[in-house]
Design a protein around this ligand. Structure first.
Ligand code: KG4
Ligand code: ZN
Length: 345
């Protein structure tokens, strides 16, 4: 029997997801169920996520997804220790659907409700997948965020750097749109990049070498658009070369900032037995980026922890796990917990 199973619900963007996470006898976290339904097809014709369509799709799918997760876990609601749902940041319509569903289950069963910050879900995922102690350095790279965080403990996140313009996932998505590849852009750019020549187009590495730990990707995006316009009309080979050149520039920029952050991390924490650089968020699924970070971590004598791709992109296992850590720390919320479109860590 698994201890303290928590149901997690995620509806902040275009994935309707439910999962159950508990602990085994040794105390290690266990994913008992992890169901994700992507709405990609619903939004495909619009070139991006349409909030109203997303909210309606969550309403239609969520009950069935929750039931599927409970069935996969082989549990009934009465077996749960608590219910956790993402209450921000994200699209308000979807957040309301997930939060109301989670609160209704909690109220009906007399269970605690836990309001989870989506970013905290990403930030703690490395602890779900790997045995990992606090503190660790975290690179959070998703569709909405690009941040370097020092994770000191549960709820104790120190932001060392952030993007001054676009998030990296957003830059991948815009690159895909420009090159007429389907959304979400990241996986499609990566797929096309595999056949491309990364040295064909010389794209900039914004903020390279600067002491501060911030990121910038809008200059890269503009340079890519200019390169694409100059090479038009684009053959399949041109598209592959543009994707490869963009991906290489993105990986390089990330590696450069990470190198600086690792220096600071090693200086501030010289005595850690197991110093770790963890990555999380959808862009962490990218293999070229993982390889670049692996190289930086190795040079700094730090272990890279990169969760499996399916746990880097949006899912509810990370929400259930964040709920589990919060539950164990006594951090439960009332049914009046609000949803928040903006909610910095
Ligand atoms: O974490 P996530 O699923 O949702 C947010 O919280 O934003 O991240 C989604 C982002 C999208 O921009 C998507 O294009 C990007 O992650 N992404 C990737 C890859 N897979 C997803 N970017 C680059 N390479 C990938 N393989
Ligand atoms: Zn996310």
């Amino acid at each position: 029997m698994t201890a303290t199973p928590i149901l997690g619900i995620e509806t902040s963007c275009d994935e309707t997801a439910a999962a159950v996470v508990g602990r085994d006898r040794s105390g290690a976290p266990v994913i008992l169920a992890n169901v994700v339904l992507s709405q990609v097809a619903e939004h495909a014709a619009f070139g991006g996520v349409v909030p109203e369509i997303a909210a309606r799709a969550h309403v239609e799918a969520l009950d069935g997804i929750v039931r599927a997760a409970m069935a996969d876990a082989g549990l009934s609601f009465g077996d749960l220790a608590a219910v956790a749902a993402t209450t921000g940041p994200g699209l308000v319509g979807g957040l309301i659907v997930g939060a109301m569903t989670g609160k209704a289950i909690a109220a009906a069963r007399g269970l605690p409700f836990i309001a989870v910050n989506h970013l905290e879900g990403h930030a703690l995922t490395p602890r779900l997948t790997d045995r990992l102690d606090y503190p660790y350095l975290l690179l959070l790279v998703s569709g909405g965020h690009t941040q370097i965080l020092l994770v000191r403990g549960l709820g104790a996140y120190e932001r060392w750097g952030t993007t001054i313009d676009d998030a990296l996932g957003e830059a991948f998505d815009k690159t895909a749109k420009l090159l007429q590849l389907p959304q979400p852009g990241g996986p499609n750019v990566e797929r096309r990049a595999a056949a491309g020549d990364a040295t064909r187009f010389a794209l900039p590495r914004p903020l390279r070498g600067e002491a501060r730990l911030d990121f910038s990707f809008s200059g890269l995006k503009t340079a890519l658009r200019q390169a694409a316009e100059a090479a038009a009309p684009l053959s399949d080979g041109d598209v592959a070369d543009l994707c490869a050149s963009f991906q290489a520039a993105a990986a390089d920029s990330l590696a450069d900032r990470t190198r600086r952050a690792l220096e600071r991390f090693r200086t501030e924490f010289p005595d850690l037995a197991d110093p770790v650089l963890a990555v999380a968020g959808g862009v962490a699924a990218n293999r070229a980026i993982r390889a670049a970070l692996e190289a930086e971590a190795a040079k700094a004598g730090v272990r890279l922890v990169a969760p499996p791709a399916a746990l880097c992109t949006d899912n509810a296992a990370m929400i259930a796990y964040a709920g589990l850590e919060r539950f164990e720390a006594g951090l439960v919320d009332g049914l009046e917990a609000p949803v928040r479109s903006r909610w910095p860590l």
